[in-house]
Design a protein around this ligand. Structure first.
Ligand code: TNX
Length: 546
């Protein structure tokens, strides 16, 4: 149990709101076990119609289910490393519960024999670069995609179609059935992100890996790491070492200090990639930068180092000195080193909430940082505040209504794309409700967010002027001012992350709360078996006991 301070934070309408002291309890996780009856003709335990996110097309077939047996192989397209990676991932996922050491074997056959096959090429063109087709018969499971990303998505689908106990970390008994039928599936948006704030409180590599494991289940394909903020700088930079060693030595409330070494960061990037996820690093500026200003006196306008910041709200003193040349030497060095660590295409520059900065200073900063990101070969993402200050090559990230709606709409009209993260739907750090005694974590400034609030919105109608053509994708954001441990991360993210994930993946025409709530309920036992500390949030008829 831990008591958080009463404090002031931002509100939905830009006003300030009082957050009452919150008592934080660490949730418990139960496990389940069930044995499937033996039968002559196997019937599957899980229906093809139970998936989250719901696929584009599902056809169930009459007749016997596929049964995965111990002698099976995972056959992958020869000469395609991406297919081998997806095969290895699947083999690793299936091993603990089945006890099967499913070998990954190359094949040149277009229609390999029995068992599981992950094939690159020849999928229906409608599935594009990220979709897949899945065919299940009594004898085989074939996942076909045009690109490795599609195979990774297909692997997650197959995983959800196996009995719940496949999620157990210990050996369970079969049969390991999959319902026969056909699925054709592809995402509505190419970008489906999950933001984890490791700056307010630092979380070790293992925690990040566990989060990666669990967001990957729902076809999230980007992990946005918020690496720097007022309260902490969390990544080693060789040319400015004190950023991490000093700037990372605290956190909100003075708690959970730490930073990633470059090796740690590479490990996270590789772990994510092996699950089909690309890391997007965020280096915040010009606001939210007190950790840097505390680490180096010369970054400050007056040449004096700031104190380390431990507050819960944005620091009023956390603004970079935008007219000083050293600021851009610093950014060039940091962005060069971060870009070199990042195989993915994107680098996020923050840019939110520099409210007290003169607009021309803010615009100057954005005009200086944009070419640096370009020079190091990355595409720029920034919070919505920067869209009118930069030349239109960037992706904006929308998070708050009423701050600069007209600028966002004008940028969209000129072709700027947006990742949609509306705080009142997609901020996983908001409390579920005010009354839930078992769940005291979280912020409330954007309103409480039950699962239906997380689900009932559309990226293309959220903001006038931002229509479907301007939407690059969606992201669920987990800010960690009130979060101290993996249990808290999971209790806030699950199940609401599934809502954002489904909005990002599934066709708009399939959007239906009742149908979603039913499929979501079926994820409860799966998450519980996987030892994910999800919240049995209201409005969903969760199966089984808590
Ligand atoms: C707003 S989202 C922020 C974050 C906070 C979050 C808390 C954004 C661009 N700024 O710095 O952590 O609210 O909910």
């Amino acid at each position: 149990m831990r008591v958080l301070p009463t404090t002031l934070i931002r509100s939905k309408k830009g006003l300030t709101t009082v957050v009452v002291a919150a008592t934080v309890a660490v949730g418990t996780v139960a496990s389940i076990g069930a044995a499937a009856p033996a039968a002559e003709v196997r019937r599957a335990e899980v229906s093809l119609n139970q998936l989250v996110p719901v696929p584009v097309e599902v056809r169930t077939a009459e007749g016997a289910a596929f049964e995965l047996r111990s002698g099976a192989q995972i056959q992958v397209t020869a000469g395609a490393p991406g297919a081998t990676d997806a095969g290895n991932y699947l083999s690793t996922l299936l091993k603990p519960a089945t006890g099967f050491g499913l070998p990954v074997k190359s094949t040149t056959a277009d229609r390999p024999g029995d068992g599981i096959s992950l094939l690159l090429g020849g999928a229906d063109p409608r599935v594009g670069a990220q979709g897949y087709e899945l065919d299940v018969t009594r004898r085989s499971v074939v996942i076909r995609a045009n690109e490795p990303a599609g195979l990774f998505s297909g692997v997650q689908t197959l995983r959800q179609l196996l009995p719940v106990r496949i999620e157990s970390a210990t050996r369970q008994s079969g049969p390991w059935t999959v319902q026969s039928g056909h699925i054709l599936d592809y995402p509505r948006y190419a970008y489906r992100g999950a933001l984890l704030d490791v700056a307010r409180h630092f979380f070790p590599v293992e925690t990040v890996k566990t989060y990666i494991d669990n967001v990957a289940r729902y076809k999230v394909n980007y992990l946005h790491l918020h690496l720097t903020d007022d309260a902490g700088w969390r990544i080693a930079i060789d040319s400015w070492p004190k950023l991490a060693t000093f700037g990372g030595s605290s956190g909100v409330g003075g708690q959970l200090p730490g930073h990633y070494s470059k090796a740690d960061f590479r490990e996270i990037v590789a772990y994510a990639a092996a699950r089909g996820i690309t890391v997007v690093p965020e280096i915040e500026g010009p606001g939210h930068s007190q950790a840097a200003l505390a680490s180096y006196a010369k970054l400050n306008c007056d040449g004096k180092a700031k104190e380390l910041y431990t507050g819960y709200v944005p620091s009023p003193d956390g603004l970079l000195c935008v007219r000083k040349a050293i600021t851009y030497k610093f950014l060039d060095d940091v962005i060069r080193e971060i870009a070199a660590l990042t195989p993915g295409p994107y680098l996020h520059i923050g840019s939110d909430e520099a409210h007290s900065m003169a607009p021309e200073d803010f615009a100057y900063y954005i005009s200086k940082v944009t070419p640096i990101v370009r020079k190091y070969g990355k595409k720029l993402i920034g919070w919505q505040e920067m869209v009118s200050a930069q030349p239109g090559e960037a992706i904006g990230q929308y998070w708050i209504n009423g701050v600069n709606n007209d600028e966002v709409a004008a940028a969209a009209a000129k072709g700027t794309k947006f990742i949609m993260t509306p705080a009142d739907h997609a901020y996983l750090d908001m409390k579920y409700n005010d009354a839930q005694p078992a769940y005291p974590l979280g912020n409330v400034w954007a309103g409480t967010t039950e699962v239906d609030d997380a689900y009932n919105w559309q990226p293309d109608t959220e903001l006038p002027g931002v229509d479907e053509s301007a939407v690059a994708g969606v992201e669920a954001a987990l800010w960690t001012e009130t979060v101290f441990a993996l249990e808290h991360i999971e209790a806030l993210a699950f199940p609401r992350l599934l809502a954002t994930a489904e909005i990002g993946w599934s066709p708009k025409s399939s959007h239906n709360w009742d149908a979603f709530a039913e499929r979501l309920a079926a994820q409860g036992p799966r998450l519980r078996t996987a030892r994910v500390n999800y919240t049995r949030a209201g409005g969903v008829s969760w199966a089984g006991c808590s």
